[in-house]
Design a protein around this ligand. Structure first.
Ligand code: SF4
Length: 259
């Protein structure tokens, strides 16, 4: 087993800070290591005066969170630049105002690691911690990074709700549940915006379209649709998920055909 993976397993029963230290030092995926560092060297014209983070991006938020937001991977010029999930790109500009309005974030704007943002009852992590070319991690890269997701979830002991951003985040959580023996198959759990599943271990899984510019600029995901997901997460946190409906209707027009 690779040394990086060993080091993350050692911290699974330790602290979030130690886990994040292991994440930041990881070099398990050669293609992603090369890409994240190349992006940091070349930069984008608008960010030439930035020193890019160009390392794996650790999770961020409240260690006592009852809600986990599970995304896909860092954006090349967003969190790969700033070092914090969804910070400094269009996805974050869409997501943080909704987290602010629903009481999970201290402010609507996320620009850099020193901007004062604090999350309450929410923690953000991703299926893959390094920016992938074209926002498309390879299956083996998702598999490589899965041990960090397992460790994050093990350390967030108060979790009750997982909000999965997009199908890759949704599947990453289901694969986690398979690895820890909570479910045996992903088949009963179909991704769609507004999907809501009661998990046998007491957790509730909510699916939402990813707040990528591709989805938000086209109106496939609106702020209202997104806000309703987090309002529902808040409801589940406060009232439990035992009565959770299998599917939740969200948005004026549901578009289940395109993920
Ligand atoms: S994607 Fe995950 S496993 Fe791969 S190098 Fe980055 S942190 Fe390590």
């Amino acid at each position: 087993m690779n040394g990086s993976r060993n080091s993350s397993l050692k911290v699974i029963n330790s602290s979030i800070a130690e886990l994040n230290h292991a994440v930041v030092g990881c070099t398990l995926c050669p293609r992603l290591v090369a890409y994240r560092e190349e992006i940091g060297r070349v930069k984008r014209r608008a960010y030439m005066d930035w020193e890019y983070w160009a390392k794996p991006v650790p999770g961020f938020g409240d260690g006592n969170a009852r809600m986990l937001i599970l995304g896909l991977a860092p954006g090349a010029h967003g969190s790969n630049r700033t070092g914090r999930p969804f910070t400094g790109d269009g996805s974050g500009d869409f997501m943080y105002p909704v987290l602010y309005e629903t009481g999970f974030a201290s402010q609507p704007l996320a620009t850099n690691r020193g901007d004062g943002m604090k999350l309450t009852d929410a923690y953000i992590t991703a299926a893959v911690r390094c920016a992938p070319p074209g926002n498309k991690p390879a299956p083996e890269e998702i598999a490589n990074c899965a041990h960090f997701l397992d460790a994050d979830i093990a350390l967030l002991r108060k979790l009750r709700v997982v909000v999965a951003l997009g199908k890759i985040g949704f599947d990453a959580y289901l694969n986690h549940l398979r690895r820890i023996g909570v479910i045996t198959s992903r088949a009963p759990y179909e991704f769609r915006h507004g999907a809501e599943y009661q998990i046998p271990n007491g957790m509730v899984l909510l699916g939402t379209y990813h707040p990528s510019l591709q989805n938000t600029n086209t109106g496939k995901l609106t702020a209202e649709m997104f806000r309703r997901i987090f309002e529902r997460a808040r409801e589940l946190i406060h009232h439990g998920g035992a009565e959770a409906r299998r599917k939740m209707e969200v948005g004026p027009k549901r578009r289940d055909d395109a993920l």
